[in-house]
Design a protein around this ligand. Structure first.
Ligand code: APR
Length: 230
């Protein structure tokens, strides 16, 4: 089977009721990135950071995957689909995607503040101050903050190099190194971009744009690729 690789961002979860970051009304309009999504912010006010992620985790538990997520699962009938997501939600997994790589961590997991290798499932929606890892250090969200390394980029680049089709859905391509994955798409591999807004892709990438929200855009992609009409 040909390998279809997807780079997804917050936009694919928008129709599930989860806020994006840089749209009108996005999270970064309301919160200061450095205060809630950086090591400095954690240092200065860990309670504020815990609350920011506890609120997003509580909201996520009440959300469900949308037709965009499910459409990518449908494509598994035709392709070896690998999802590389910038999202920390679990909606791709809940929709049934079998191969999901999280570049920026997972909201439903906690990690030791002393050793990022120590990662734990969270029971419920809260990480409380005083919850500690097996080494006695405070637990923090298993999320990659601005300025932190993105170890998942290594496997993500390898997966991208193996792609026969590359699909970008619901990301502004504003954040690196995630956005640099487009540099690893082999020459000649078709690239599709699904987004209701204009997204700037690198000049050397010849992308076909599907100017729709994810639910509709993925449906159109499936029809383009397989002739399969919903
Ligand atoms: N369907 C598809 N795309 C949508 C939809 C929708 N219903 N609604 C919005 N979008 C698009 C927007 O047009 C935009 O291009 O989704 C994109 C969202 O962009 P951002 O808010 O910048 O989110 P993202 O690209 O995922 O951000 C990357 O930045 O803050 C960090 O770690 C965070 O993983 C995140 C990273």
């Amino acid at each position: 089977m040909k390998k279809l690789v997807v780079l997804s961002g917050a936009g694919i979860s928008a129709e599930s009721g989860i806020r994006t970051f840089r749209d009108m009304g996005g999270l970064w309009e309301e919160y200061d990135i450095l205060e809630v999504a950086s090591p400095q912010g954690w240092e200065n006010n860990p309670e504020l950071v815990q609350n920011f992620y506890n609120e997003r985790r509580k909201q996520l538990l009440g959300c469900s995957p949308n037709k965009g997520h499910y459409g990518l699962v449908d494509l598994e009938k035709y392709y070896d689909v690998e999802i590389i997501t910038q999202n920390v939600d679990d909606l791709h997994e809940r929709a049934g995607s079998k191969k999901v790589l999280h570049l920026h961590g997972e909201l439903l997991k906690a990690q030791s503040s002393a050793d990022p290798e120590l990662v734990y499932e969270i029971d419920g929606w809260e990480i409380k101050m005083g919850d500690t890892c097996e080494k006695g250090s405070q637990l923090r969200p298993n999320v990659v903050w601005f300025g932190e390394p993105v170890p998942a980029m290594i496997p993500a680049m390898e997966i991208t190099r193996q792609s026969d089709i590359f699909v970008v859905v619901g990301t502004s391509l504003n954040v690196y190194p995630a956005a640099s994955l487009l540099d690893y798409v082999p020459r000649g591999v078709p690239v599709y971009v699904i987004d209701p807004e204009d997204v700037s892709v690198p000049f050397n990438v010849n992308a076909e744009v599907i100017r729709e929200k994810a639910a509709k855009g993925v449906e159109i992609l499936i029809e383009k690729l397989t002739g399969d009409k919903k």
